[in-house]
Design a protein around this ligand. Structure first.
Ligand code: ATP
Length: 434
């Protein structure tokens, strides 16, 4: 299974999905750059999410807030005081670990081993100290305490601080939500496993505001919505485990949390999370109750927060889509997520009449869809190459095309080929891609 990660990382680099960050300077540990195909896959995931949870609903408003917010936001939210992980250091090799990620409990289990240098004993790690995960920076030229600012560690707080703005401009009434997709930054102690845990990543989050009395019903509703989303990504739901987080392990603001864990090749780990944050955040930010309906008393609405990591979504989609079949590697991506929807091939590249006809078809399709062009090698090699990046349809222009205006359309999954009239091609593809 570990092997599968290696294959995915290698395919991602080779085919332009994801490269190691700053590679020509020796890289920067745990930073990754999305390449031409990776950015398409990632954008397709984000668009699908935005369409599903913002555009196709009437009750969720989208925002796109600044990454650097007034530091008072992070004081009020509790992040300055408590957004930290317990850090321990191996006394021998000085590698640092997140204490709760060590395979054994160093307080209870006595003898423990450093996974980096192999040293073992009762006393090989330092006492844990709390390490704040926020990236600190300074606004303006003077690097002094008064100018400290933080890169946001989550997108959520921007939704809370804009609560009144959205209420005033969108006239929403409870229940309603605010959604955002964007970058978040955490100075993680133990990043790793490719794009699973990085110090800079993207989140898709919704803060869904409700009346307190309906929280259980809404929690269940969002739990189900998250399941449906996971299915839409083509993920085998049997590999998802919904884990109820016990009170002593929950974030201080949460009254109920469920983690959606996935069986990654490196272990069962959090993919997404769902938390009931009660009125904790709105109370922190608004001294006066911010919500009132005609004839009623003002109050602080409660909030359910479903949260999705974009990069973990990309990883899970790749892991699920990757298949090795007899003589090919194929990414069986859901059609909506595939970077290219089709590829156009002139049968022979040295026959100008074929190339010209193929260009015409390619240029026409390109107006509506992401389409690849390939005229290298034989058709078999081109199929192989497109299968590996998950292109659902390959269209070949041959000598018959010049006679009867038909092309061969080959299906990625079934590998079946059908002859289609050029003037019906768009309709056919659009129908399949629905
Ligand atoms: P973990 O327990 O894995 O550190 P978390 O519980 O701190 O995660 P949340 O604060 O709930 O994570 O963040 C919401 C989502 O953002 C997570 O479910 C995950 O998909 C994603 N995420 C969190 N941290 C990272 C990271 N360092 N790299 C990539 N994605 C992340």
């Amino acid at each position: 299974m570990e092997n599968l990660m290696e294959k995915i990382v290698s395919l991602c680099k080779r085919r332009g999905f994801i490269y190691p960050g700053s590679e020509i300077y020796g890289g920067l540990a745990n930073s990754w750059d999305y390449g031409p195909l990776g950015v398409e896959l990632k954008n397709n995931i984000k668009q699908l999410w935005w369409k599903r949870f913002v555009q196709n609903r009437g009750d969720i408003a989208g925002i796109d807030a600044a990454l650097i917010m007034n530091p008072k936001v992070w004081e009020a939210s509790g992040h300055v005081a408590t957004f930290s992980d317990p850090l321990v250091e191996c006394k021998k090799c000085h590698e640092r670990f997140r204490k709760d990620f060590l395979p054994l409990d160093i307080d209870k289990d006595g003898e423990v081993k450093c996974t980096n240098c192999g040293a073992s004993g009762k006393d090989i790690f330092t006492q844990p100290r709390q390490f704040n995960l926020m990236f600190k920076t300074f606004i303006g030229p003077a690097e002094e305490e008064a100018n400290v600012a933080y890169l946001r560690p989550e997108t959520a707080q921007a939704m809370f601080v804009n609560f009144k703005n959205i209420l005033d401009t969108s006239r929403k009434t409870l229940p309603f939500g605010i959604a955002q997709i964007g970058k978040a930054f955490r100075n993680e102690i133990t990043p790793g496993n490719f794009i699973f845990r990085t110090r800079e990543f993207e989140q898709m989050e919704i803060e869904y505001f409700i009346r307190e009395k309906e929280w259980e019903k809404q929690f269940e509703y969002w739990q189900n919505e998250m399941r449906e989303w996971i299915k839409e990504l083509g993920v085998d739901i049997k590999k998802i485990h919904e884990i109820e987080i016990l009170e002593n392990e929950r974030a201080h603001y949460s009254k109920r949390t469920i983690d959606f864990e996935y069986e990654f090749p490196f272990g069962q780990k959090e993919l997404y999370g769902l938390a009931y944050r009660a009125d904790f955040d709105l109370k922190n930010h608004f001294k006066e109750a911010p919500y009132k309906e005609e004839g009623g008393e003002a109050f602080w609405p409660h909030c359910i927060e479903p949260t999705w990591g974009v990069d973990r979504s990309v990883l899970v989609v790749l892991l699920e889509a990757y298949k090795e079949e007899q003589d090919r590697v194929v990414l069986k991506l859901p059609l909506k997520l595939a970077p290219y929807k089709a590829a156009v091939f002139p049968l022979l590249k040295n026959k100008p009449e074929l190339v010209e006809k193929a260009r015409e078809i390619y240029n026409d399709l390109k107006k509506d869809l992401m389409v690849a062009w390939d005229d290298r090698g034989n058709i078999g090699k081109r199929y192989y190459s497109q299968d590996e990046i998950g292109t659902p349809f390959c269209i070949t222009i041959d000598f018959d095309t010049l006679k009867d205006d038909t092309v061969t359309v080959r299906d990625r999954d079934t590998m079946e080929q059908e002859r289609v009239r050029v003037d019906e091609l768009k309709n056919l593809l659009n129908g399949k891609l629905q």
